[in-house]
Design a protein around this ligand. Structure first.
Ligand SMILES: Cc1cc2nc3c(=O)[nH]c(=O)nc-3n(C[C@H](O)[C@H](O)[C@H](O)COP(=O)(O)OP(=O)(O)OC[C@H]3O[C@@H](n4cnc5c(N)ncnc54)[C@H](O)[C@@H]3O)c2cc1C
Ligand SMILES: NC(=O)c1ccc[n+]([C@@H]2O[C@H](COP(=O)([O-])OP(=O)(O)OC[C@H]3O[C@@H](n4cnc5c(N)ncnc54)[C@H](O)[C@@H]3O)[C@@H](O)[C@H]2O)c1
Length: 477
């Protein structure tokens, strides 16, 4: 039996960061991984999807600027796009990330990790042998999530693509049907339509409906311009794959849609089915509930046992985004070290050991056309939280910077202000290349910068960021 201060189950972006932080704090940590070190994000999610999308975005950008436009004479080179995607997925090899773990002093145990008892993790390797690891202080579950496949008649038998098969596709299907209207569905409909697929999107609840309403409207319109059939309100009733490989989706209203592949993108399910949760009195297969320091809470709301079990990243369902999971990882790594050394714990809101931003200041970029960059609350969420708000909108095309950036620039910005405190609680941008503008808004929201001080943050001329000045002017001094 090997003993470490901390054992981390799952070497995705979150698990890696927990282990690194623990070691930086002077404790020892070991990590357990059953697939590839780097997790979903590196091989089947963030990195390869953005590589699939980037070439189309670059081509669009060039076509929107006279002078550059004339130099673009062809279409996307699909084989080159897929090759670039392969390289951003490290060709599905994890050597570089394994070397990184070695360089930071974190031993890797390859195999499936299960909690065997308090502070004990059993690792079953590919050859069936089991290694038992003991944690002196804490076990951190960072096992992430997998694609959720709903109980639609015939769907599983039809072997649909999840995000994994779509992201790793070796060729572009002539016809792609998509069930879902969220982030994965919208990004992949954008990528595959630009790569040449004829895409039908069955967006039962609308397109990106959890964002500000203008987001879904603009993304749906641009998808339609790319030839995507966006079917808001359409719901799959049953699915069948024919002998010739085609998939037939019968909608609940009886309409039949034929495609060559079907992507199911309706959300995620936690990787907690077979990790020994029952030994800690928790339900296998359930999302893990945690406090703001990522300590797992049992049914009564108290920490499990004496507080030895933590969960960070997708598996705790707070925010299913890499950067936010890594933020949790920094908090959890540091607090385990503080608790182990008997040092002061700073778990008050915005304290070093609390992941407060998870509730108030989560940034996200959706790499559609237009790009969507948002942070904090939408107007609807702010109202539901009981805030007295004022919403300020501005046409992003109405700045000198945007006119220079692209001909026919289209975009929109919305600022949601908490009137009682005169601070921004939410900010959303839609437009070409708005991703890199988001961090200014994240600082304003997380820093609760008063609006009267923001007047002194002068945007450079001529940039699209001048929208900040326009929004403040519209709000009034
Ligand atoms: C298509 C797609 C695109 C995305 N794009 C973005 C994006 O652009 N930006 C962004 O911020 N987020 C994006 N996300 C979300 C992002 O991928 C996740 O939030 C992130 O991967 C979560 O990290 P994690 O470490 O919690 O889990 P994961 O990345 O899922 O890693 C968990 C690891 O644990 C391992 N594991 C699981 N169970 C066990 C076990 N019992 N024993 C040993 N190992 C185990 C798994 O093999 C895996 O390697 C995207 C998601 C999808 C599906
Ligand atoms: N750029 C990014 O940041 C990025 C990109 C991709 C994924 N992600 C993350 O990955 C996670 C998973 O993405 P996702 O798109 O699978 O989930 P999602 O939660 O974003 O969207 C799921 C969509 O499916 C719909 N839906 C749910 N059940 C359905 C059903 N039975 N039939 C039809 N539609 C149904 C929902 O209304 C929703 O619109 C997200 O939470 C997101 O945070 C992030």
């Amino acid at each position: 039996m090997s003993a470490y201060d901390v054992i981390v189950i799952g070497a995705g972006p979150v698990g890696e960061n927990v282990a690194d932080r623990v070691v930086q704090g002077g404790l020892t940590a070991a990590i357990v991984e059953r697939e590839l070190v780097g997790g979903e994000c590196s091989y089947w999610a963030c990195m390869p999807t953005k590589a699939l999308l980037r070439s189309g975005a670059a081509l669009r950008a060039a076509r929107q600027v006279p002078g550059a436009r004339e130099a673009v004479t062809g279409e996307l080179d699909v084989a080159a796009v897929l090759r670039r995607r392969d390289s951003f997925a490290s060709n599905w090899q994890d050597d570089a990330q394994v070397s990184w773990l070695e360089s930071v002093g974190v031993p890797l145990y390859r195999g499936h990790g299960r909690i065997a008892s308090d502070r004990v993790v059993a690792v079953t390797g590919a050859d069936g042998t089991t290694t038992t690891l003991t944690a002196r202080h804490a076990v951190v579950v960072a096992t992430g999530s997998g694609a959720l496949v709903p109980d639609i008649e015939g769907l599983r038998e039809a072997k649909p693509w999840t995000s994994r098969e779509t992201v790793a596709a070796e060729s572009v299907p002539a016809r792609l049907a998509v069930i879902g209207g969220g982030v994965v569905a919208s990004e992949m409909a954008t990528a595959f339509s630009e790569l040449g697929s004829s895409v039908t999107m069955l967006a039962r609840d609308g397109v990106l409906h959890l964002h500000e309403p203008f987001v879904g409207e603009q993304v749906a319109e641009s998808l339609r311009d790319k030839g995507v059939s966006v079917r808001a309100g359409a719901e799959a009733g049953s699915v069948e794959r024919n002998a010739d490989g085609t998939v037939v989706i019968t909608l609940t209203d009886g309409e039949r849609i034929e495609a060559d592949e079907l992507l199911v993108a309706i959300g995620r399910t936690p990787n907690t089915q077979d990790i020994g949760l029952e030994t800690a009195g928790l339900k296998p297969g359930a999302w893990l509930t945690v406090d703001d320091t990522m300590r797992v809470l049992g049914e009564g709301g108290a920490p499990v046992g004496d507080g030895w079990l933590y969960a960070a990243g997708d598996v705790n369902r707070r925010v299913l985004l890499t950067h936010q999971g890594k933020y949790q990882a920094r908090a959890v790594g540091d607090i385990i070290v503080a608790r182990a050394k008997g040092e002061p714990v700073d778990d008050a809101p915005w304290g070093r050991h609390a992941a407060t931003a998870d509730e108030r200041a989560v940034p996200q970029v959706v790499f559609t056309d237009p790009e969507i960059a948002s942070v904090g609350l939408t107007a609807a969420q702010a109202e539901a939280a009981g805030l007295r708000i004022r919403v300020v909108d501005h046409d992003l095309a109405a700045t000198a910077g945007s006119a220079l950036h692209a001909e026919g620039y289209r975009g929109h910005a919305r600022m949601v202000v908490d009137e009682d405190r005169e601070v921004i609680v939410g900010f959303t941008l839609a437009g070409p290349d708005v991703a890199e503008m988001l961090h200014a808004a994240t600082i304003a929201v997380a820093g609760e910068v008063p609006l009267d001080r923001l007047w002194h943050a002068v945007p450079a001329f001529p940039t699209v960021s001048e929208v900040w000045l326009r929004l403040l002017e519209a709000y009034g001094r």
